[in-house]
Design a protein around this ligand. Structure first.
Ligand code: NAP
Length: 285
């Protein structure tokens, strides 16, 4: 019987596998991949590779055979109704193959988030099976905000955003991956929903202060409008659709929609990686 991990070639899935390897032997898990060409690094770790596509129910039935637990990483498809179908395929295969615990990567405070309907639909699909679940309601990934582009902000002495004074509860993918591995290998996490967000949210003013501290040069946060932010990002070379999405996400920050906190992540893994540490790591990438 094995722990099955879907989305294993993705950024979250591959980190979760590395954390699982600290808790169970390599032959105690199987990695489910859509594209076998991407699976070589996982195979080198001694992990069994199984090919399956969320669009292909039969491939999932085969991939989940003799699985005891499932780390179900949500699909990255852009089409939400398609994602619901894909996720239903995963849930049905888990039920048919007698999986005994599903940990699903949902989204933080899903019931109050108009962009999380797919995740709520999936949570309810899982509930219909009566399989013990852990809903890993992941917060936003911090690397959306804290990444190597901060080098340019240091050079310019300014970060320009439309986040205003809004605070952000984003967390590192690595912490979320550890949370997933922990929930599947420790007892007591069955039939629980965890909102895995930072218990210490930060603003871009805070980020500017940290950049000043770690770089030794003054960096300020300069607020601008959403339209100005979008134009700035497009002028810097970002594709228009991505610039629009970024400026929109920043506007939700300004509206306080990303500031809600919980201490579920802290309790589950014993820490949350600080923004300062994430900044230092991002600047050394
Ligand atoms: N919390 C957040 O801020 C946030 C942000 C963005 C996305 N997400 C969600 O979190 C998930 C994991 O994040 P991530 O960073 O690991 O994403 P990622 O790097 O894009 O990985 C997604 C994984 O899902 C696999 N996948 C996609 N469609 C599939 C299909 N039809 N059949 C089988 N496997 C499929 C991908 O396979 P390939 O390697 O073959 O592409 C990949 O392994 C995303 O898929 C998305 O649902 C969360």
């Amino acid at each position: 019987m094995k722990i099955i991990v879907t989305g294993a070639t993705g950024r979250l899935g591959s980190l979760a596998i590395r954390h699982l390897l600290n808790k169970v032997p390599a032959n105690g898990m199987a990695a489910v991949v859509r594209n076998l060409d991407k699976a070589a690094p996982l195979a080198e770790l001694g992990i069994e590779i199984r090919q399956a596509d969320y669009n292909n129910p039969e491939s999932l039935q085969t991939a989940f055979q003799e699985g005891s637990k499932l780390l179900f990483i949500s699909s990255s498809a852009a089409d939400d109704p398609l994602r619901i179908v894909q996720h239903a395929n995963v849930v049905k295969a888990a039920r048919d193959q007698h999986i005994r615990h599903i940990a699903y990567t949902s989204f933080a405070f899903a019931e109050d988030n108009p962009f999380a309907h797919v995740h709520l639909a999936t949570e309810y699909a899982i509930r219909t099976t009566h399989i013990p679940y852990t809903f890993l309601r992941n917060g936003g990934y911090a690397d959306f905000f804290i990444n190597s582009s901060l080098q340019t902000c240091i050079q310019n002495g300014v970060i320009t955003t439309n986040t205003g004074k809004g605070k952000i509860n984003a967390v590192s993918r690595n912490d979320l991956a550890l949370a997933a591995a922990t929930a599947l290998t420790e007892s007591g996490h069955e039939n629980k929903s965890y909102n895995l967000v930072s218990n210490n949210p930060w603003s871009f003013d805070d980020l500017a202060a940290i950049l000043t501290e770690v770089s030794g040069t003054s960096v300020i946060h300069q607020p601008i409008s959403m339209e100005e932010e979008k134009s700035l990002l497009v002028r810097s070379g970002m594709p228009e659709a991505l610039a629009e999405m970024t400026a929109f996400i920043y506007s939700t920050v300004a509206e306080g929609k990303m500031e809600r906190t919980a201490d579920d992540l802290q309790k589950l893994i014993g820490h949350t990686t600080s923004i300062k540490q994430l900044v230092v790591e991002a600047l050394h990438q």
